[in-house]
Design a protein around this ligand. Structure first.
Ligand SMILES: Nc1ncnc2c1ncn2[C@@H]1O[C@H](COP(=O)(O)OP(=O)(O)OP(=O)(O)O)[C@@H](O)[C@H]1O
Length: 587
């Protein structure tokens, strides 16, 4: 139960609804127990008339009528109270489920990229949906049924014991056995259903992967192989499902068997006691109703135990993630004003999961409003520099200063608000183009969206779609070309009007002519912005105020386009190579 203590704060938050729910449950069970008493006394009245103890038929009729009215009244009140019992306790379980999901979601958002690299998306989804669902069963049904059982058990055993002590003891003998068997069955059901869940989750993540990569599968003609894999996995999954169904099938027969045994005991022992004149016929009737009434609550003891165990295991998995402290912490609460001076002083950075030292002593100064181009071979550390500026990772050593302040001494939200970042793989949401651009500035007007799209040279393409800016992208909509995606992504960054603009190889999929136009607009727009352009192309870099060339995490060249062309090095070779490629394509 240690893990489930995490939920105590929520129980406290909803204490009043819970207390009212518990009281309603107790009262509703008291009313429920009127019925066997009234039926028992009705039988006794009829028996007394048969035995000649009562001679007036009218008295019997009146007694029966009153009892029937009471039974109807008690049933109505029980029904109404049961409704309110569910409306309070089950509602609280839904509120807590909602709060817990939000807590996990908020926490996920604070966690670093490393966390997302180390954990599969399917696992994150499972913990926020399946596991929270199991925890809810503890918060709602488990608590409700426990109160139900305790109240019913205490009151009815009290009633029964008062009327026939020895018969009560005989009658309840099978109940703990029933409870124990149900517990064992529930545990086994849980074990098997966990296996089934694992297979289902395998099946869905592998299917999702297959369909996400369907173009590769088709291109390599791997359809048969993937269907075989799917078939194998779903066969095993089916077998596990059948195992679960088998054990489930034991549940009700087991209950019926044990209720039957209790009923037989009541009839046999009760019958003997009746013959001996120890009890009345009405008592036997009441006992049979009590036994049937108690069976389900007693069975739920086993069921609830297993639910609590499952909830404990699920909450443990949830706590594992909730206890991870975000690596990137925002220690400065008041907003920071950011103008955009960037300085790297001998910065070193190693990715802890791969141990790759991506940056080895990087130093440069980029004044506010200036532009920097970073050129270098693949894997040389270009994107890492941008990630460090956005504080997606913290540096290992050296200093990273923004406006002469160490980056971790700035308010994280202010920092990220002041950055417009266009990633290498432009990611667009399954939403309209308009909303995808507005993602950079939620309250942007239609004109601002169009202007940003014009600057990013994508307006004409968008107007070519029949629904224009309302065209839906992604799975439900159209797929944009690589270059179009990059340009929508650039428009998203432009609309934000950031102090710092980071473009990570974001023009790689557009032709050089469009690239030229975009860069011209960016140049005009970026007058007061600090801009960093990462690129493999000299054409993207040549107009920058400063260019640095990276190789294996180190700056190997730096200067302006002209100065770098005067030196025999990577930049000049790349320039000449790309120049000859352009002239050969033009010829
Ligand atoms: N998230 C990550 N976790 C672990 N290692 C990483 C991660 N991202 C990059 N690396 C490694 O760090 C090194 C630098 O990568 P980086 O992405 O900065 O290079 P790049 O110059 O931007 O490459 P490209 O031009 O191919 O985008 C590479 O060796 C890469 O494998």
């Amino acid at each position: 139960m240690k893990e489930l203590q995490h939920l105590n704060k929520y129980f406290f938050k909803y204490k009043w609804q819970l207390i009212i729910g518990i009281l309603i449950t107790i009262v509703s069970k008291i009313f429920l127990l009127f019925t066997p008493e009234l039926i028992g006394s009705s039988i006794d009245v009829v028996n007394d008339y048969i035995q000649g103890v009562i001679t007036d038929k009218a008295v019997v009729k009146k007694e029966l009528l009153i009892n029937i009215l009471y039974i109807i009244g008690a049933a109505l009140i029980t029904g109404i109270l049961t409704f309110f019992m569910r409306q309070t306790i089950i509602n609280v379980s839904r509120y807590i489920e909602f709060d817990l999901k939000n807590e996990i979601y908020q926490h996920y958002q604070k966690l670093s990229l490393k966390f997302y690299k180390n954990n599969r998306t399917g696992d994150l989804m499972n913990r926020i949906s399946e596991d929270v669902g199991r925890v809810r069963m503890y918060v709602g049904p488990a608590i409700m049924y426990s109160i139900n059982t305790i109240t019913l058990f205490v009151i009815s055993i009290g009633f029964m014991y008062k009327q026939a002590p020895s018969l009560t003891l005989y009658t309840i003998i099978p109940l703990p056995i029933l409870s124990f068997i149900i517990y064992k069955l529930s545990k086994e059901i849980h074990r098997r259903s966990t296996i089934v869940q694992e297979y289902l989750s395998h099946l869905s993540s592998s299917t999702q992967e297959t369909f996400s990569g369907i173009s590769i599968i088709k291109a390599y003609g791997l359809e048969d192989q993937t269907s075989n894999n799917f078939n194998e996995l779903s066969q095993t999954s089916k077998q596990k499902q059948l195992n679960l169904v088998k054990i489930n099938a034991f549940f009700f027969p087991m209950m019926i068997l044990l209720i039957g045994i209790s009923n037989l005991i009541v009839i046999y022992i009760g019958g003997l006691q009746y013959i001996n004149g120890e009890i009345t016929l009405g008592v036997i009737t009441k006992f049979i109703i009590y036994v049937n009434m108690l069976t389900w609550p007693v069975a739920t003891v086993g069921w609830v135990t297993s639910i609590v165990q499952q909830a404990e295991a699920s909450q443990k998995r949830i706590n594992e993630f909730l206890n991870i402290t975000p690596e990137i912490k925002n220690t400065i609460l008041e907003p920071s004003k950011i103008t955009g001076n960037i300085e790297f002083k001998n910065v070193h950075f190693t990715y802890s999961d791969t141990n790759i030292e991506a940056l080895k002593g990087i130093s440069f100064i980029l004044e506010q409003g200036k532009s920097l181009a970073i050129i270098g071979k693949t894997g040389s550390g270009k994107s890492t520099i941008l990630d460090l500026i956005g504080r997606l990772y913290d540096i290992d050593s050296g200093e990273l200063l923004i406006d002469n302040t160490p980056i971790d001494k700035l308010n994280l939200t202010s920092l990220r608000d002041s950055i417009g970042y266009v990633p290498q793989d432009a990611f667009l949401f399954s939403d309209t183009i308009n909303n995808n651009i507005k993602f950079g500035k939620e309250d942007a007007t239609e004109d601002e969206v169009i202007q940003a799209a014009k600057y990013a040279q994508v307006h004409k393409n968008i107007m070519g779609f029949s629904k224009g800016y309302n065209t839906i992208l992604g799975e439900r909509g159209i797929t944009l070309s690589g270059g179009q995606k990059q340009r929508v992504s650039i428009a998203r960054a432009i609309i934000k009007d950031p102090k710092i603009l980071l473009l990570d190889d974001s023009l790689s999929a557009v032709d050089t002519e469009t690239e030229e136009k975009i860069l011209k607009h960016l140049n005009n727009l970026a007058k007061d912005k600090t801009t960093i352009i990462v690129s493999h192309r000299v054409s993207s870099a040549k107009n920058a105020d400063k260019i640095i060339v990276l190789d294996k995490g180190k700056i190997v060249q730096s200067g302006s386009h002209e100065s770098l062309l005067n030196v025999d090095g990577f930049y000049k070779h790349l320039y000449l190579k790309q120049l000859s490629e352009t002239s050969s394509t033009n010829n």
